[in-house]
Design a protein around this ligand. Structure first.
Ligand code: SAM
Length: 242
């Protein structure tokens, strides 16, 4: 067991260092390498939580918030009280600068998604975008999202997934595994980070498996929507009322 824990913290340390190394170029690369599609995907996440955040005093947590784009989209669309959390300080510093520029009062709190620094049942909605795949335990991450959600609260998971049309899948795989690491590496100066990306996606459950895992984590009304042919998927689930 101690050996396993040592491995887990080593994984976390490597992931944190990797994001720290690309924090200042992360947004540019995201928008460039996805042709701005990432912005549309995050807006869809915000729209999927709009109704549940419509009430007075509604609160949402964006986990593994990185440079804060989803937290900002949620704040802009819903007007709810949004909190962002991530364990990589340089990513949070970029997020805080953007929030200040947008005159948005979002607290960005340093914290580990596997041990969130928030009380049980604190939020009406919890989101995680391109974060779950990076955790050393997907099950552990889902368990924490569930814990901080209020009963009847909703979780939204945006993550890379498996393109559903075979020809398109092959084309995308070529771009994702051959072109993107070279381009991303050249622009960010960290080829490793953009090799890690397709590698981590290949190890992550596909859309159907993730839906099963969310149900196993205790969520109900689990459903998903393929985005851009399944390059990404948006999964939603609800914590039971009791
Ligand atoms: C690909 S970025 C996604 C950032 C942002 N959600 C977005 O949509 O652009 C992944 C983020 O997950 C964070 N992360 C990875 N593992 C984490 C963990 N165990 N706890 C908290 N944050 C974590 C990284 O620091 C990084 O900011």
């Amino acid at each position: 067991m101690p050996e396993k824990n040592a491995n887990l913290s080593d994984h976390a340390r490597r992931v944190r260092e990797m994001f720290a190394g690309i924090a200042n170029r992360y947004d540019l690369l995201n928008h460039l390498l996805s042709g701005n599609t990432d912005k549309r995907w995050r807006r869809l996440v915000a729209e999927s939580l709009q109704d549940i955040l419509a009430g007075d005093g509604a609160r949402a947590l964006d986990v593994a918030c990185g440079t804060g784009d989803l937290a900002l989209a949620l704040a802009k669309l819903t007007g709810a009280h949004i909190v962002g959390t991530d364990f990589c300080r340089p990513m949070l510093e970029v997020a805080a600068r953007k929030a200040a520029t947008n005159v948005s009062e979002i607290p960005f709190v340093e914290g580990d998604a596997l041990s969130l620094p928030f009380a049980d049942e604190s939020f009406d909605a919890v989101s995680i975008a391109f974060g779950l795949r990076n955790l050393s335990s997907v099950e552990g991450g889902l368990k924490e999202l569930w814990r901080v959600l209020k009963p009847a609260g909703r979780v939204a998971v945006l993550e890379f997934s498996r393109p559903v049309v075979p020809g398109f899948r092959a084309l995308f795989q070529f771009y994702f595994t051959r072109v993107l690491p070279k381009l991303g590496g050249m622009i960010s100066g960290s080829r490793g980070a953009y090799e890690y990306l397709p590698d981590s996606v290949s190890r992550f459950p596909d859309q159907k498996q993730l839906a099963v895992m969310m149900r196993e984590a205790g969520l109900e009304e689990v459903e998903y929507q393929n985005l851009t042919g399944g390059i990404a998927a948006l999964h939603l689930g609800t914590r039971p009322r009791s």
